[in-house]
Ligand binder design. Sequence first.
Ligand code: E4P
Length: 218
Amino acid sequence: MKFFIDTASLKDIQEAQDLGVLDGVTTNPSLMAKEGIGGDENVKKHYQAICEIVDGDVSAEVISTDFEGIVREGEELVKLDDQIVVKVPMIKDGIKAIKYFSERGIRTNCTLVFSAGQALLAAKAGATYVSPFIGRLDDISTDGLQLIQDIRLIYDNYGFTTEILAASVRHPMHILECAKIGADVMTGPLSAILALLKHPLTDNGLAKFLADHAKVNG
Ligand code: E4P
């Protein structure tokens, strides 16, 4: 299972990279705004800075919602670095653009996916990744993990190679459940990744080992 971090914070990306378990980064316009990154040039420079920190795929989202605009933006974004994956919203022109990109070897991440039907369409268009937002489904009392399970079944039935990128991950149990179901990738905040480390018995056990060691070693 690949671990992506869902942030535009260079500090958090560096911390996850230093941990040695990071496979990539996903961003979106809200995450860029949260870091105060605005203006075309600044946005591009920021993506390049992210690509310098990580070795893996970096999803950069288009703002356009029409086919021509999505294609123009996507072609600009992929020129920045080989690691860039064009993140395209699940809308009619987005699907057309994903098909266009896939025919030209440009990798895509189809975002804002909330149903299995949308995921099927994204795979048929040739998306590299599909991003079902499990946390946002949970927020409206709908089972986000069930969606991951349904997409896994559909993709396996037909051998679709589109990778299931479980997005809108909020906590460590989301990561674990996605791993059990067989999501190819998860993207979440640094807090969810670091929470996997934690167990009170680990902390207690380590404290006792160190105390016992100190007793006989001064
Ligand atoms: C996906 O790539 C999105 O950036 C992200 O996972 C959305 O998460 P949120 O629902 O926590 O905003």
